[in-house]
Write a protein that binds this ligand. Structure first.
Ligand SMILES: *Cc1c(COP(=O)(O)O)cnc(C)c1O
Length: 550
């Protein structure tokens, strides 16, 4: 079984062993192939590039040094030159708790030679820091590969930075925050190493394979070259004003919603209405992604119905999907809350089927094929500054979903591309989140000032969704009332307000369809082809191999 590759991680011996195993096999294979073709070791980096996809394979820096120095008898300096030219590092998170750290004792016990090599890399690196910033001992302690405050840890992100010739983030905002926060010292010392590479997704899997109906409709209007040159989707823009095209566009979306409704019935036994607004949040379950903010909005709508069962409310189907890390208690309690709210809302006669809440089990790439194309509203509501990029946001928008979202990760660039008028924005900015937290954020104050929020929380803590047991969701409620690390309360009012704008737009199908078409038409930038071309050009320095077809 592969080590649990997940963010809140516990120092697991198995995980480190597997990292070393996979990395060593890969590097030894590259060296074998290189030498098999008669290549000289000193030219290795001219033939192989190794992109560290997060810090999980960062131990490769020490392993390649070990192979070159110990197994191939090379001197340290040329080996280091080869290593640095070979590796580049992509950072995928700003959450400090998610940056890998290994206790020095565990590390040295399992891999004593790698530990020695890391100490030597560190000794030479700190020499350089001392030369550049004389007398700045605090900087030395901050940049060291070894965290020496209390128990000693190996900092894998620092090893990745020192052992690489290029470092990148995965969205403009993320790269900027990297330079200003977690990798600030490294950026100050070596700014030339840093660049941004905004993520992308492949239109072959996430449009052509997943959404054949939409692909056929598009091909009929603008041909099929967009499949390899998705910037060409812009030619769809002018059809946003064509009423019969809009009608076709709605027919395709409705068909996709019927397909998902069938799958939901099969997997959960819940019947959903394909003519209702499909409001979808699928992604790993995490407090920073704020699935529970979405739930607070559902309960607010439910309360409005309970207070006035005849109120005019746009029928909606809320669909959630995603896995939680096995040891992540709060994430699992959020899943329980979604299911429990669904059990009550789906069966309440006052609701009369106007709201449905579905937790789609076992969300994975296979199920994703039916989910992204069936979406009307894509939920991208992470606390600003916490989501590195997101890629689900891209898959939804390419398939004509509108986004409700914060200024986080790639949402910022998606909104720039599709146009602010075609995106439902709400919430604090990354800067506002930081300054509010610095100046003392008091969720209880927000709670006392917002009656709708109070009534939502009261519904949960009264045991209404837990058969009268107020204890089940107490850990969740208390964490919001007394800490609210991810600022759900601060964003609740603006979120509910933006959801009101969503509802108004959805009630005007022609307007909604126009916005939907413009989303698809303007998402070409987010093709993985563009992202990979940038890695080729800026980091790997490789040219495409010419392909000629008869
Ligand atoms: C795209 C995708 C993700 C990433 O989703 P985000 O919303 O960007 O977190 C996660 N899981 C699966 C199965 C995906 O296809």
């Amino acid at each position: 079984m592969l080590y649990p590759n997940d963010e809140p991680l516990q120092g697991k011996q198995l995980r480190l062993e597997q990292q070393v195993f996979f990395v060593s096999c890969s590097l030894q294979d590259m060296l074998r192939i290189h030498r098999g073709f008669g290549g000289e070791l000193r030219h290795f980096a001219g033939h192989f590039a190794v992109q560290l996809n997060d810090t999980h394979p960062a131990i490769g820096v020490a392993e390649l040094m070990r192979l070159l120095v110990d197994e191939h008898g090379m001197d340290w300096e040329p080996a280091w030159e080869i290593t640095r030219s070979t590796f580049a590092y992509t950072n995928h998170t700003l959450l400090p708790e998610a940056l890998e750290k290994w206790p020095v004792d565990l590390f040295a016990g399992l891999f004593p030679r790698h530990m020695e090599i890391i100490f030597e890399i560190n000794r030479r690196f700190l020499e350089e820091v001392r030369e550049r910033f004389p007398g700045d001992d605090e900087r030395l302690a901050r940049m060291s590969l070894i965290d020496e405050q209390g128990q000693r840890y190996v900092r894998m992100a620092h090893l990745a930075c020192v052992g690489s010739h290029a470092i990148n983030g995965v969205a403009e905002l993320h790269t900027r925050l990297l330079k200003e926060t977690v990798l600030r010292d490294f950026h100050e010392m070596m700014p030339q190493k840093f660049s941004n590479k905004t993520n992308g997704v492949t239109p072959r899997r996430f449009m052509v394979l997943s959404n054949p109906g939409l692909s056929r409709l598009i091909n009929g209007k603008i041909g099929d070259t967009w499949v390899v040159k998705p910037e060409g989707l812009r030619r769809l823009e002018k059809f946003a004003d064509d009423a019969s095209f809009r009608q076709e566009w709605r027919r395709v979306k409705l068909g996709n919603k019927h397909n998902l409704a069938r799958l939901i019935l099969e997997r959960t036994g819940i019947e959903v209405d394909p003519s209702s607004l499909f409001d979808i949040q699928v992604k790993r379950i995490h407090e920073y992604k704020r699935q529970h903010l979405n739930v607070l909005h559902i309960i607010a709508l439910y309360n409005r119905i309970k207070q006035d069962p005849s109120c005019d409310i746009c029928p909606r189907t809320f669909i959630f999907g995603g896995k939680a890390a096995p040891g992540y208690f709060m994430a699992k309690r959020i899943i329980k809350l979604i299911n429990s709210v669904g059990d009550v809302v789906n069966h309440d006669p006052d609701v009369a089927g106007r709201l449905k809440v579905v937790f789609f089990p076992d969300f994975n790439v296979k199920n994703a094929k039916f989910i992204y194309p069936a979406c009307d509203l894509s939920e991208q509501i992470s606390t600003a500054g916490k989501e590195a990029s997101g890629t689900g946001n891209m898959k939804f928008s390419m398939n004509g979903a509108l986004t409700i979202g914060t200024l986080d990760g790639a949402n910022v660039e998606i909104r720039e591309e599709v146009g602010a008028e075609n995106f439902f924005l709400f919430g604090l900015t990354a800067e506002e989140v930081v300054s509010l937290q610095r100046n003392g954020y008091h969720p209880l104050e927000v709670y006392h000032q917002n009656q709708e929020l109070r009534e939502v929380i009261e519904r949960i803590s009264s045991g209404h969704f837990s058969n009268g047991d107020p204890g089940l969701f107490k850990p969740l409620v208390d964490s919001l009332l007394f800490h609210d690390t991810f600022m759900l309360f601060a964003d609740f009012g603006p979120y509910v307000e933006a959801q009101g704008q969503v509802e108004a737009a959805y009630r005007d199908p022609e307007r909604w369809t126009r916005m939907s078409i413009l989303n698809t038409a303007r998402m070409g930038k987010f093709s993985s082809d563009r992202a990979i071309r940038e890695y080729c050009r800026d980091i790997w320095k490789v040219k495409p191999a010419p392909v000629t077809l008869d």
